[in-house]
Design a protein around this ligand. Structure first.
Ligand code: PLP
Length: 393
């Protein structure tokens, strides 16, 4: 059976070049990067080379990159770090309703500790209006955190405009760029953000490693306490092989960014166009233009996303729903409900996220199997009545 992996927003395979860069650090170059002997110093050189590679992907200075255990830790470090460093008696955060749970649940945890949070809504396209961010600010606002690309829709937020508002008010601005890093060009000077999170496993690097860009001179309280690693910002013996892998992944992404983005957008558009024309009662969720090149999110009315994912898996196709299964009940995705989809349409939605190994033949295969899978599942649905074909003339 053919296998098609269209779930690159969940995770990506490790690139061969990345594995090759990591292997020496898992074998002979096993040193502790803090040791002063040459074994340690070779590990240190690997870490510092990776820091320069990640900085180059973002247009940042090397010293502005701190390695973490992934996107979740980078988001936590940014949010808790800025809030914890603020000496204001009352603190307020502005974020959006469509953030990843790494941001949403950190904000919710802070709310339980007495921090006020405003969750700015989005329109049908899934875009935050910068003026809504401006209106949400209060004299107590200590942080704005708005994601760059949404993981479910791919929608790209107007980060530079929001950054301008943050700068006018001298409020630190964090963006979660886990879903845009490596997919589209990123430059922290152009984006204007003060903090930016990324994660290696979304860009063909290893799982369990990420980075936080922290603009020079920004005050941040550390999440953890221990040794003096990472300029006192993140203690713990460095995950040298993982960090080296992130660096190699960043360099690889940077080398092929423009042509790969174009290739993926063409493939994604072809997939989307063909599915929309072949399947009745099917539509696009989110903005058709302002999004990452690899992502499309479609609803298939009258069916549930979960059985659709399972039926496609049986045909060798990996895709995902944005829904979360909590205590046995499938909750519709908070992102899809935030853009105004009714719960049943949100539950009928699938995310297709293409990647480096995706080919036109993969798109052909999905376009071949999906219409029949949808038709079959709909035939089992009591709510579905087949559209009446137009009379022959
Ligand atoms: N932020 C976004 C937008 C994500 O999509 C993800 C992962 O799905 C994360 C944060 C968390 O990253 P990690 O899996 O490295 O903890």
């Amino acid at each position: 059976m053919r296998r098609v992996y269209f779930d690159h927003n969940a995770t990506t395979p490790l690139a061969r070049e990345v594995l090759e860069s990591m292997t020496p650090y898992l074998t002979e170059e096993f040193g502790n990067a803090s040791s002063i002997h040459s074994v340690g110093q070779r590990a240190r050189a690997g870490v510092e080379n990776a820091r320069a590679q990640v900085a180059a992907l973002l247009g940042a200075r090397d010293k502005e990159i701190i390695f973490t255990s992934g996107g979740t830790e980078a988001d936590n470090m940014a949010i808790r770090g800025v809030v914890g460093a603020s000496e204001r008696p009352r603190k307020h955060i502005v974020t959006s309703a469509i953030e990843h749970h790494a941001v949403l649940n950190t904000c919710q945890a802070l709310e339980a500790e007495g921090v006020a949070v405003t969750y700015v809504g989005v329109g049908r396209a899934g875009l935050v209006d910068p003026e809504d961010v401006r209106r949400a600010l209060t004299p107590d606002t200590v942080l704005i955190t708005i994601m760059h690309a949404n993981n479910e829709l791919g929608t790209l937020q107007p980060i530079a405009e929001i950054a301008r508002i943050a700068r006018e008010r001298k409020i630190p601005f964090h963006t979660d760029a886990v879903q845009s890093a490596g997919k589209i060009p990123l430059n922290v000077a152009e984006l204007g953000c003060d903090l930016l999170s990324l994660s290696a496993h979304k860009l063909y690097g290893p799982k369990g490693v990420g980075a936080l860009f922290i603009r020079r001179n920004l005050r941040l309280q550390p999440l953890m306490f221990g040794g003096h690693h990472e300029r006192d910002r993140r203690p713990g013996t460095e995950n040298v092989a993982g960090i080296v892998g992130l660096g190699a992944a960043a360099e690889l992404a940077r080398a092929h960014l423009a042509e790969e983005a174009k290739r993926l957008a063409e493939l994604r558009d072809s997939l989307e166009r063909r599915l929309l024309s072949a399947i009745p009662h099917c539509g696009l969720n989110g903005d058709p233009a302002r999004r990452t090149p690899n992502t499309t999110n479609l609803h298939f009315d009258f069916i549930e996303g979960e059985p659709l994912v399972i039926a496609l898996d049986l045909k060798g196709v990996a895709v995902s729903t944005g829904a979360a299964c909590s205590s046995g009940a499938v909750e519709p995705s908070h992102v899809l409900t935030a853009i105004g989809l009714p719960p049943e349409r949100a539950r009928s939605s699938l995310r297709f996220s293409l990647g480096r190994a995706s080919t036109p033949a993969d798109v052909d295969y999905v376009c071949e199997v999906l219409p029949a899978v949808v038709e079959h599942l709909r035939s089992l649905s009591p709510l579905y009545t087949k559209p009446i074909p137009a009379p022959a003339r």
